[in-house]
Write a protein that binds this ligand. Structure first.
Ligand code: A2P
Length: 325
């Protein structure tokens, strides 16, 4: 079996399949040549699922890496890959969804996405500077109108599935109250230090697949505060030492056993390889219990997305809150 064949696949609520582990592509600043070469390495190693977003500015280097991989014979065609991209907040308006997916498709040099996500349950004035978001640029989100436009993208064949990112159960409940096509995926921060048990249960009941981002606690391009609680966890280290695995492998294996998918980021060949060597062994019940008791603290919040200064004009923060205990 090849490495890519060893990666299990989850079946989404519309029958499409998604490899459990994908490569996260974000890095700030994004250096196109470095990105392209890392994505090509990942395809050579066996990654078949890539997670990008218009915000990351990595769609183009990913598109180039895919063309190169086809030329080199690493894959037969684009159909062998699962590609996710996301609608950024400045385009989180009903009339901007179609032009936004079309722009992502052009950047990626492909006819369709496998999955298109609303990046955040937040809408920002069109054309406003991208990141961090100015508080006064946040405007009320027309979720119903945006979702209808997302559904249209799926009907037009521009994406096989649609979903959301950073939605808590309250926001999902609102979405499900009018969705004709329910979201296939909610991509959220999920790791051993932010286990998302409430959201996990809710999504399992509603047939929504969770994709965990920052499965290793997320350093990379994100300027997150504090030390990485996953890679420095004593509990994970003890389990890793006892099993002859790395802390990262224990953290990723835990996610696999939660029945979710994940996008993990590395720009290092050895670590890319290591992060896929998690499918031919398992955690014991006792190890799972120890991990279940790790103190919980999220690292990504809406505050992290917003500029420090300024104030929200017309919107209540609880409308855009992405965390829920
Ligand atoms: P690097 O690119 O140098 O490998 P997350 O996916 O949670 O956002 O975390 C990504 C961070 O974890 C990156 O900084 C990445 O750095 C690092 N990383 C990825 N894989 C491993 C690994 N197997 N061991 C240690 N660090 C890793």
């Amino acid at each position: 079996m090849t490495t890519s064949e060893m990666i299990p696949k989850l079946i989404l609520n519309n029958g499409h399949v998604m490899p459990v582990v994908g490569m996260g592509t974000a890095e700030f600043p994004s250096i196109p040549e470095k990105m392209k070469s890392a994505y090509l390495d990942a395809i050579a190693i066996g990654y078949r699922h890539f997670d990008t977003a218009s915000l990351y500015q990595t769609e183009q280097p990913l598109g180039e890496a895919i063309q190169e991989a086809i030329k080199l014979g690493l894959i037969g065609s684009r159909e062998e890959l699962f590609i996710t991209s996301k609608l950024w907040c400045t385009e989180n308006h009903p009339d901007l969804v179609l032009p936004s997916i079309q722009s992502s498709l052009r950047n990626l040099n492909t006819d369709y996405l496998d999955l298109y996500l609303i990046h955040l349950p937040m809408s920002v004035k069109p054309g406003a500077s991208e990141f961090p978001i100015k508080r006064e640029d946040v405007v009320p989100l027309d979720l119903k109108g945006v979702w209808q436009a997302m559904e249209e993208c799926q009907r037009l064949g521009l994406t096989k599935s649609i979903g959301v990112s950073n939605f808590n159960t309250r926001k999902l409940e609102e979405l499900l109250s009018f969705a004709k096509i329910p979201p296939a995926v909610d991509q959220v921060e999920m790791n051993t230090s932010w286990q998302q048990q409430k959201l996990k249960k809710y999504c399992a009941n509603k047939g929504i697949c969770i994709t965990g981002y920052s499965p290793l606690g997320g350093q990379g391009g994100q300027k997150l505060v504090g030390i990485n609680p996953v890679l420095t966890s004593d509990v994970l280290k003890e389990i890793a030492d006892a099993k002859g695995k790395t802390i990262a492998q224990i953290a990723l294996r835990w996610l696999v056993e939660q029945g979710v998918s994940m996008v993990v980021k590395s720009f290092n060949k050895e670590r890319l390889r290591q992060n896929l060597e998690i499918f031919d062994w398992e955690l014991t019940e006792e190890e799972r219990e120890k991990i279940g008791k790790i103190p919980q603290k999220n690292r990504v919040s809406v505050d992290f997305m917003l500029a420090k200064e300024g104030s929200l004009n017309s919107i209540d923060i609880s409308n855009i809150e992405i965390i829920e205990v």
